[in-house]
Write a protein that binds this ligand. Structure first.
Ligand code: LLP
Length: 434
């Protein structure tokens, strides 16, 4: 559920007319709903109530400071993956002490920064990384808390580029080598074994791969608890969201009308399936949700520039591009596209929805049917809150989009559109070319 819907014929985020935002701040602009973010967080927390739960928001999905602060206020910690993300958490006025540091390529300066800020734990991906963390901790005279990431070799049945729990992925240590990795960890003088971690992939819409992975790893987790006294088990993130019927899925009635076997994964179903497996472990359980907390809480607003009638094909050219929202170009992913002003009397249009970037791949949708929209009118890309702005680039010297946060009937710019001056600020022409 979310807080984007038509009021009359105008698309609103909570009580704010999105056309007002587009007119005030221009386009492309990401707009987020504070109420949806909060609902997503509390719903997930409720879905897993009854255990010692720590939600570490996977901030890679959307790391705007306002969003981090909003989640911190709700009690979230963070799953972070770089020195930059550590510094973002601090800049948001949140603390790193309950947050976990993941990623296969942690550098020495990043490890040092994490230790100085008393990170909750490092999620270790390899033995060389363990040695490096031990070395840096030794230099600082501290013990580094760690969990090892286990690769359970379970197929998440999601897009190949976002599956991570198969043995041919670069992530984690295969279950059969994990015991040896923990033995190695125990020998390092500056390492403190605290937990175990796994994450099998992203945008899972079926609970079974989660159940399979947790069931597979749980006996090993119990062994680790007995042997090393670990205190937590992180089961990663990955809960999917609705992309196809994104707008309709904001309403409870849409969910009620889904046939049981077609109903997308909800926090309630996820919790009900996993709690019986997790409770008996008697450990703190960490979750690392990204998309599920922010995905449906954001849209990308864009302006129609031209309707180009081609040879048997129409192209709706809009002012957002693959540099703003790369998911369709990168993963062929579907984002629902809706007009900000709905007019059911207009004829339908079938068109490729494309951006202005000089690549054929700068295409959001092929032969998509939508209401006829003309130059100067606005559209919204639904489900843009996760991996939208976070994956933006400056390709074609396009500054990154503006970001706006809505709460009730108020809204604020939480990230200004990037200016040309900022884009070129660090560039210079060398003396030998002058
Ligand atoms: N934990 C770990 C260790 C991860 O690698 C990830 C995501 C998460 C948690 C959060 O997963 P989520 O709950 O958001 O599914 N850019 C892609 C998604 C990449 C996911 C990377 N890792 C996309 O736009 O679909």
């Amino acid at each position: 559920m979310h807080h984007f819907s038509y009021v009359g014929n105008n698309l609103h985020c909570e009580s704010v007319d999105l056309a007002t935002v587009a007119q005030l701040y221009g386009t492309p602009t990401y707009v987020y709903s504070a109420a949806t973010l909060a609902d997503n967080y509390t719903r997930l927390a409720k879905g897993l109530s009854g255990i010692d739960l720590q939600i570490c928001y996977a901030m890679k999905a959307n790391s705007n400071l306002a969003i981090l602060r909003h989640f911190a206020n709700l009690g979230a910690a963070f799953d972070l993956v770089s020195g930059g993300e550590i510094r973002r958490v601090l800049a948001a006025g949140a603390d790193v002490k309950r947050s976990v540091f993941a990623g296969v390529g942690k550098t020495e300066p990043e490890i040092k920064l994490a230790l100085e800020n008393e990170v909750f734990a490092f999620h270790v991906e390899s033995e060389p990384e363990l040695a490096r963390i031990n070395h840096v901790a030794g230099k600082l005279g501290v013990k580094a808390p760690i969990a090892i990431r286990i690769n359970p070799d379970v197929d998440a049945h999601t897009h190949a580029k976002i599956t991570t729990g198969k043995s041919d992925n670069k992530f984690g240590i295969p279950l059969k080598f994990a015991a040896a990795a923990y033995e190695a960890a125990a020998k390092f003088p500056n390492i403190a074994i605290k937990g175990v971690q796994m994450h099998i992939g992203s945008q899972l819409t079926d609970v079974n791969p989660f159940v399979e992975a947790v069931s597979k790893v749980a006996p090993f987790v119990a062994e680790l608890k007995a042997k090393y006294g670990i205190t937590y088990f992180s089961i990663g993130g990955g809960i999917g969201i609705v992309y196809k019927d994104a707008l309709a899925s904001g309403q409870q009635s849409w969910w009620d009308n889904q046939p049981a076997d077609k109903r997308p994964l909800t926090p309630e179903v996820y919790g009900a399936a996993l709690l019986p497996l997790l409770k008996p472990l008697g450990l703190k359980i960490l979750l690392e949700p990204g998309r599920n907390l922010v995905g449906n809480a954001g849209v990308l607003l864009s302006r129609v520039e031209y309707l180009k009638r081609g040879n048997g094909r129409n192209f709706l050219i809009v002012d957002a591009a693959m540099n703003d929202l790369v998911r369709p170009a990168m993963y062929e992913s579907y984002h629902e596209i809706v007009p900000l002003h709905r007019d059911t009397t207009r004829p339908a249009l079938v068109a490729d929805i494309v951006g202005p970037i000089c690549e054929s791949g700068d295409c959001f949708a092929k032969e998509r049917q939508l209401q006829q929209v003309g130059e100067g009118e606005y559209i919204a890309f639904m489900s843009g809150g996760a991996y939208g702005y976070a994956m933006a680039s400056r390709y074609n010297t396009r500054g990154t989009a503006a970001e706006v946060l809505v709460k009730g009937s108020t809204f604020e710019l939480v990230n200004a559109r990037e200016s040309f001056e900022t884009i070129i600020a660090n560039e210079k022409i060398p003396a030998f070319l002058k």
